[in-house]
Ligand binder design. Structure first.
Ligand code: NAD
Length: 177
């Protein structure tokens, strides 16, 4: 059978409810989705606290929690490369063949359009609250971040002491002037 595949690439720092909602939506349009875990090489930074492996696990467990058929998705870590002009080819080389790219990111859209691939803008769900930036901010401010993420994400962040990691990353070194 010739499966219709779409791809969604995001840093998923961390996986939140918006990602799961948009994946469900995309699965109404394609047979299989490729979920690219972007900037896979980055971790232990305020904007990128979690490793690619941790993000793969978060995604895998969150999709299981949502009862999404494991036969319908691939989770693939994607490292950044220095050359935007060949990034779309790089992504194609690392993933099963796909015919639709789902992204709201202007650079991602531009690079895949230039490759002649169809780009669709997926809907954004409650973007004010459902963003990695807001989840990380709430973690640092001791606000309720758990309500923005699947239980699997919250459990994994607890298991890896992710709150402590983020707080340690936010401490500025005091220079001894
Ligand atoms: P992101 O994490 O901001 O978002 C990923 C996707 O998740 C979005 O496009 C959106 O569709 C979805 N999403 C997020 N919140 C949502 C919500 N509330 N409701 C519905 N959907 C929601 O990721 P991004 O910045 O678009 O990721 C692009 C990745 O590609 C980055 O890792 C970037 O470094 C990489 N990239 C690399 C190169 C290169 O290496 N040269 C070039 C371009 C892009």
């Amino acid at each position: 059978m010739n499966n219709k595949r779409g791809i969604l690439i995001g840093r998923m720092q961390p996986v939140h409810n918006g990602h799961i909602q948009v994946i469900n939506k995309i699965l109404e349009e394609v047979d299989e989705i490729i979920i690219g875990i972007g900037s896979a090489q980055l971790s232990h930074e305020l904007k990128n606290p979690f490793t690619a492996g941790e993000r793969i696990l978060m995604m895998n467990q969150a999709l299981a929690e949502s009862d999404i058929d494991p036969g319908r998705y691939y989770i693939i870590p994607m490292e950044d490369i220095n050359f935007n002009a060949i990034w779309a080819s790089h992504v194609k080389m690392m993933t099963p063949p796909f015919s639709i790219v789902y992204s709201g990111n202007p650079l991602v859209k531009q690079l895949f359009k230039e490759e002649g691939i169809e780009v669709r803008q997926p809907p954004l769900y409650d973007r004010l609250h459902l963003s990695g930036t807001e989840v990380r901010r709430r973690i640092l401010e001791d606000e309720n971040w758990q309500e923005l993420v699947p239980k699997a994400t919250a459990d994994l962040i607890a298991e890896i002491n992710g709150v402590e990691r983020l707080k340690n990353l936010s401490i500025k070194e005091i220079s001894d002037v």
